[in-house]
Ligand binder design. Structure first.
Ligand code: SF4
Ligand code: SF4
Length: 105
């Protein structure tokens, strides 16, 4: 089990209010607002933490660059992927890569 899987597992054992508090804390650290891909629409919609919540809701579609690898959350959560606002949450991207990497027999 890697760091991300351990964190997800730990969250599953937390009370809903504690999960919400943890999400809010991560949102306050999220560096997306300083990313070139982040736009006015996302800002107005208070969109953050795409690595956990998934794709931007009809705001970000243009991938300029992704600064997730420099974000403290990425390091802390052990994230492997990037461009979460356009490609989906870490969990979703891991799942997609697992499925496509699976041998069909
Ligand atoms: S890893 Fe990316 S999406 Fe996740 S909190 Fe950091 S900047 Fe935001
Ligand atoms: S997920 Fe990556 S590409 Fe999207 S706004 Fe955040 S840092 Fe930028």
């Amino acid at each position: 089990m890697d760091t991300f899987e351990e964190k997800v597992q730990a969250m599953k054992n937390m009370a809903p209010e504690d999960v919400q508090a943890a999400v809010e804390k991560l949102k306050s650290i999220c560096t997306c607002p300083t990313c070139p891909s982040y736009n006015r629409c996302a800002k107005d919609g208070k969109e953050l933490l795409f690595c956990t919540t998934g794709k931007s809701f009809m705001c970000i579609s243009d991938e300029k660059s992704c600064i997730c690898p420099t974000c403290p959350v990425a390091r802390d959560m052990g994230l492997k992927y990037t461009f979460f606002c356009t490609r989906g949450a870490e969990k979703a991207q891991r799942y997609e890569h697992t499925v496509w990497g699976t041998k069909m027999v």
